[in-house]
Design a protein around this ligand. Structure first.
Ligand SMILES: [Zn+2]
Length: 279
């Protein structure tokens, strides 16, 4: 044998392939093939420049993907996230060590997250697109194309047309995040403003029009003026239509002073996510 063959496994796609154009290799694929990480992919993760530019994860996913002629960035953000989780679990096991600060008492503590459990739990709540369309019938949710949808907000009855985010959008968001981090480190923008900015950035990126208005400047103004009830509604519909899921884990504070804090928290992705921890 002159070649080591890695067995192929499959990753279930949260979108079930329902958010792709017919020309997209992921069209109507409810699961996609990939192989476990090898020395080749480990080498990618060891490349500091790739890590710094946020493209290391992409290169790894592209390298393990076994869908012919497919660009990993054609996946929706949620499908790509699911693949990332599956590759991590297959390659290094489901256990992921993180360190979190208790939101109540501030004590930093280590915990081990079971990524498989978190992923299974999260995906249970993702509905197929057809069901989502029925669920949001009251706000006239309609499909315009494979990844463009429209609906009417409950509070001010704005007609929103939006698209689902893809891998390429993540790069734009990553660059925006980097810029904010630089500003944050310089102390020019207060933290609250940065967090608020994240919602606006997402809206500006994915909302195509409001009440038929597409012109960028006008649209941006409208977005900024949206009522909070409507922004809440928009985020909910975005989340459901995009088949978004959140990796959560239970955090129980170990503070001996009996802090007692116990809550579901989102699993943070850090630099150790793609690092073996075999010992
Ligand atoms: Zn605590």
């Amino acid at each position: 044998m002159d070649q080591i063959l890695n067995t192929t496994d499959y990753c279930d796609l949260p979108s079930r392939g329902e958010l792709y154009a017919e020309t997209n290799p992921f069209y109507k694929k409810d699961r996609i093939p990939f192989h476990d990480m090898t020395a080749r992919e480990e080498d990618i993760m060891a490349n500091k420049t790739l890590l710094k530019n946020g493209v290391a994860f992409d290169r790894v996913l592209q390298s393990v993907s076994e869908t012919p002629n497919a660009d990993i960035n054609d996946l929706t953000i949620s499908d790509k996230q699911a693949l990332l989780m599956r590759v991590r679990i297959n390659s290094y096991g489901p256990e992921y060590k993180i360190s979190l600060k208790c939101p109540e008492c501030g004590l930093r503590q280590n915990l081990v997250v079971n990524l498989q459990e978190s992923l299974d739990n999260a995906l249970k709540f993702v509905k197929p697109i057809d069901e989502t369309l029925v669920f949001y019938k009251d706000c006239e949710l309609a499909r315009i194309s494979h990844d463009v949808f429209s609906f009417v907000t409950r509070h001010n009855k704005h007609k929103i047309v939006f698209r689902v985010g893809h891998g390429a959008d993540e790069h734009t968001m990553f660059r925006m995040e980097e810029k904010k981090n630089r500003e944050r480190s310089k102390g020019v923008v207060p933290k609250e403003d940065i967090d608020r900015g994240a919602v606006l950035d997402t809206f500006k990126m994915f909302i195509i029009s409001i009440n038929g208005i597409e012109e960028k400047g006008k649209l941006a103004q409208m977005i900024e003026g949206l009522h909070t009830r409507d922004t809440y509604h928009i985020r909910e519909v975005f989340r459901e239509v995009s088949c978004q899921f959140k990796m959560m884990t239970t955090f129980t504070c170990l503070n001996e002073e009996n802090c007692g804090y116990e809550h579901e928290v989102e699993v943070p992705l850090n630099a150790n996510f793609f690092r073996p921890d075999f010992e």
